[in-house]
Design a protein around this ligand. Structure first.
Ligand code: GSH
Length: 275
């Protein structure tokens, strides 16, 4: 694609650059074999998208609007009867997979620094992935949904949180957040680096747990946990670990919507004392 020198050379050059960009885009689209259904504001979706980004797996995100109930359409329920995202569609084989931890492991293939092959290290990564679902997520996602997401959504009655709020008390979620953060703090005080003892690089365990803690940024920055995002006083090791993970490639791209929402919330809070 060589630009010719003529009186209209600039236009030709622009045309050539345009077709190079178009070819590149088409090339990327042909390469894309993975489709992720989800949202950048969803922690499990970010885990999956960040894993793809760090593994250089081309992926297309098909956004699901939970406020519009798009996770409950018959087409979506065919992929995941639990009506939650993310869902992965591997276009090369038509393979469909839900549950973010399972998806992230699948994306790591046989071996990856994110999911090392050594049986004990792998088991410890799994341990923290299970812990994230069982101990951390309920409190972190619970408080953020209750305090923030509910107010950001046009209609949250189509989200499962509408039901959960009736069944789960806020005090329980607050206690779960504090207990889980303390466990994390104690572990990171021991390892001084990443969650799994002896790993010098982050693993899926760090990414998954990080996403749950990172969403707390949507809570007021003036208050401490459980209802605010200020963690420095009580959880200094968690805060420095978060700082290390934010240095990883593609952090900005994957967390763009979250950071924008944090800014928007701060502005909203300055205007109103609610939230
Ligand atoms: N265990 C699931 C949790 C998925 C999940 O809770 N997804 C939320 C978004 S962060 C969702 O789809 N919410 C919609 C709803 O609950 O109605 C996973 O890790 O994939």
């Amino acid at each position: 694609m060589i630009a010719r020198t003529r009186s209209d050379g600039t236009a030709l050059l622009r045309l050539s650059l345009y077709s190079i960009q178009r070819e590149r885009r088409q090339h990327i689209l042909i390469q894309i074999k993975m489709i992720v259904y989800g949202s950048y504001l969803s922690q499990p979706t970010r885990l999956v998208l960040w894993t793809c980004a760090l593994r250089n797996i081309p992926v297309e995100l098909k956004r699901v609007d939970a406020g519009a109930g798009e996770q409950r359409t018959p087409e979506f329920l065919k992929m995941n009867p639990n009506a939650v995202f993310p869902v992965l569609e591997d276009k090369s084989s038509g393979f469909i997979l839900y549950e973010s931890n399972a998806i992230a492991r699948y994306l790591c293939g046989e071996t990856s620094n994110l999911y090392p092959k050594d049986a004990k290290v792998r088991a410890l990564v799994d341990q923290w992935l299970e812990w994230k679902h069982g101990a951390l997520r309920q409190g972190c996602a619970g408080i953020v949904r209750r305090r923030v997401m509910k107010n950001l959504m046009k209609d949250y009655t189509k989200h499962s949180m509408a039901q959960v709020f009736v069944e789960v008390k806020e005090e329980r979620e607050a206690r779960q957040v504090l207990e889980a953060l303390q466990i994390l703090e104690d572990q990171l005080a021991k390892t001084k680096s990443y969650l799994v003892q002896g790993t010098s690089e982050p693993t899926l365990a760090d990414l998954a747990v990080f996403e749950e803690v990172e969403q707390l940024r949507m809570l007021p920055s003036t208050e401490g946990a459980p209802f605010g995002s200020k963690l420095d006083d009580k959880f200094p090791n968690v805060v420095s670990w978060q700082g290390r993970l934010r240095q990883l490639p593609k952090y900005d791209e994957i967390h763009k919507d979250l950071i924008m929402t944090v800014k928007k919330l701060e502005q909203m809070r300055q205007k109103s004392s609610k939230m």
